[in-house]
Write a protein that binds this ligand. Structure first.
Ligand SMILES: Nc1ncnc2c1ncn2[C@@H]1O[C@H](COP(=O)(O)OP(=O)(O)OP(=O)(O)O)[C@@H](O)[C@H]1O
Length: 311
C-alpha cells in the first residue's frame, strides 16, 4: 500500500474543507482526484505534501505515519504544485540542478540525474535556455522535472495541464503513463479534465464539499452508482414501435421514440444492448444501425455531484 488516508480532515475555523476522507492507493496505481472548484482537492494534496497540517485523521505512506516520519517519507515523494515554482532567470538545466542539490545530489550523480530527467520531460534541446523564455507548457514540464529529481516512488500532480498548449499537455499525459508503466511509479493526479483522468488513471476518487463521494474504476463507478448508458437505434421509418413495450425490457429506464430512431437509457447492470436489439427484432422492428455509449466519467460526475466539472 503506497498511500492511506484515514479520516483525514482539515478545518478552517468552522469551515470544513476536507471532511473525514479515507482512501487507499496501491503501489503502482494512478489515481485521479476529481472535484468541482472548492471541493477540497488542493487541500488534500497539500496535506499529503506536508505544506498543510491536518486538523484530524492520519496520512500513511508506505505504511508509515507522515506526521511521525516526515523527512524520511518526503524522500520518496515528488510534488508538482499547481503554481509553477521555478527560477526564471536560470536555464532549465540549472533549475533541475538546483532542485537536485536540495535533494542532496552532487557531482556526477547530479549531472546524470539531470540528463535523465531532461530526457523524461523531453527538453534536452532546450536545456540551456532561460526558463523565462519558455511557454507555460514548457515551464510546467520543468516543474514536473523538478519533482522527479529525487526519483520519487509517489508522484503527486495538482492540475498539471491547466492553461497549457496541447502539445505540452499530450507530452505530460504520456510522461505520466510512461513513469507508471516503466518505473512502476504511483501517481495521484488531480484534474478538472475528465477525459484526461479517463485516459491516464486506473481509478478515480470524486470529492465534493470536502467529502469523498465516490471511488473506483470507471466500470465500478458506473455499476455502483447505477449510471445509465445510452443505446440509440435507427429503425425503418415504417416500423411501429411502442414505447411501453420497450420500457418493459430488462434494464430499460427511459425511451424516447422518434419517427426513425429510438433513444434508450439503459442500466448496464440489468440489461444488455444485444438483448434489447434482439427483442426489437422479435417485435417486428428492423434496426438498421445502432450506437451504444457507455456512461463516461463526465456523466458519472454529473450524476454524483449534480454539477458539470467545467462550471
Ligand atoms: N486558508 C484558507 N482559509 C479558509 N478557507 C480556505 C483556505 N484555503 C482553502 N479554503 C477553502 O477550502 C475549500 C477547499 O479548497 P481547495 O483549494 O482544496 O479546493 P479544490 O478542490 O482544490 O478547488 P480548485 O479546483 O478550485 O483548486 C474552498 O471552499 C476554499 O475556499
Amino acid at each position: 500500500m503506497m498511500l492511506e488516508l484515514i479520516n483525514l480532515t482539515k478545518k478552517y475555523g468552522r469551515y470544513t474543507a476536507v471532511d473525514n476522507v479515507s482512501l487507499k492507493v496501491e503501489d503502482g496505481e494512478i489515481l485521479g482526484l476529481l472535484g468541482p472548484n472548492g471541493a477540497g482537492k488542493s487541500t488534500t494534496v497539500s496535506m499529503i505534501s506536508t505544506t498543510l497540517s491536518p486538523t484530524g485523521g492520519e496520512i500513511r505512506i508506505s505504511g508509515k505515519s507522515l506526521h511521525k516520519h516526515p523527512l524520511e517519507i518526503k524522500k520518496i515523494m515528488g510534488i508538482v504544485p499547481q503554481d509553477i515554482a521555478l527560477y526564471e532567470p536560470l536555464s532549465a538545466r540549472d533549475n533541475l540542478e538546483f532542485f537536485g542539490c536540495l535533494y542532496g545530489l552532487s557531482g556526477k550523480a547530479l549531472g546524470r540525474r539531470v540528463d535523465e530527467v531532461l530526457e523524461i520531460i523531453g527538453l534536452q534541446d532546450k536545456q540551456k535556455q532561460d526558463v523565462s523564455q519558455f511557454s507555460g507548457g514548457m515551464k510546467r514540464r520543468v516543474n514536473i522535472g523538478a519533482a522527479l529529481m529525487n526519483s520519487p516512488r509517489l508522484l503527486i500532480l495538482d492540475e498539471p495541464t491547466v492553461g497549457i498548449d496541447p502539445q505540452s499537455r499530450n507530452h505530460i499525459l504520456e510522461t505520466v503513463r510512461r513513469l507508471n508503466r516503466e518505473r512502476g511509479m504511483t501517481v495521484i493526479y488531480t484534474s478538472h479534465y475528465m477525459e484526461e483522468v479517463e485516459a491516464v488513471c486506473q481509478r478515480a476518487a470524486i470529492m465534493d464539499h470536502g467529502k469523498l463521494i465516490a471511488l473506483g474504476t470507471k466500470d465500478e463507478l458506473r455499476e455502483s452508482l447505477g449510471v445509465l448508458d445510452t443505446l440509440t437505434v435507427d429503425i425503418q421509418p415504417s416500423g411501429q414501435a411502442k414505447a411501453a413495450d420497450i420500457e418493459n425490457l430488462p434494464g430499460v429506464r427511459r425511451v424516447a421514440l422518434e419517427p426513425d430512431r429510438l433513444v434508450i437509457l439503459l442500466s448496464p447492470k440489468e440489461g444488455s444492448p444485444i438483448g434489447i436489439l434482439d427483442a426489437l427484432k422479435q417485435s417486428g422492428l428492423q434496426p438498421t444501425s445502432f450506437k451504444y455509449e457507455e456512461a463516461n466519467l463526465e456523466h458519472i460526475f454529473l450524476q454524483v455531484t449534480g454539477k458539470s466539472l467545467r462550471d
